[in-house]
Design a protein around this ligand. Sequence first.
Ligand code: FMN
Length: 209
Amino acid sequence: MSKDSLCELIRSRRSVRRYQERAVPIKKIRHILSMVAWAPSAHNSQPWRFIIITDKRRKTKLAAKMAEGFERDLKRDGVPENVRTKVANASIRRFTEAPVVIVPCLNMREMRIYLDERQESEYTMGIQSVSTAINTLLLFAHAEGFGTCWYCSPLFCKEDVRKSLSIPKDIDPQALVTMGYAAERPAKPQRKIVDEIIYLDKWGSNPKE
Ligand SMILES: Cc1cc2nc3c(=O)[nH]c(=O)nc-3n(C[C@H](O)[C@H](O)[C@H](O)COP(=O)(O)O)c2cc1C
């Protein structure tokens, strides 16, 4: 791949939230995940695990369980019941209508164990490693002609996700990624220009701030 096509690939990837009904062959999913395995990770620990869900009943069960957690949070925020129901139903639809739902997890069994404050850094490294893998997934799926969207919702209802998918206690669901053939072409969102995100030599050296 040329440098130009890599730039184009990175720039043209969008978060896709509506999909065609067309199924994604499991062979394609396996191929994409076999590329994701080449993402960098702390100590080359590769602490990522991906739960792939294509079965409609399983998707519905997971989405409904997560929506319960979502509704609980909205209730706590004082959101009226009719709005809560609408938002929860929309979230169930979003996840069940995507042909593939992927739940990337952090497997802390693959990371080092420290009995002091270094453990927190180790946990962060695990999360960063899984995030890198998710980004690779999004990009490679895009290269293969699929749309994806990264959702953070499992972070807010980890126990619900664990229960629904029988995930053990020390495996941490980190996100939910939907994937399929896109049924929309999302507009290009704004990005900060490079001068807004860099500091030369030290913090505070960015004249834009
Ligand atoms: C950590 C993370 C969490 C995200 N969570 C959500 C989410 O819960 N719902 C959603 O619609 N999009 C979510 N997104 C997608 C972002 O909204 C999207 O990447 C951003 O708006 C830029 O759009 P683009 O991906 O098309 O460039 C998330 C992205 C990341 C990296």
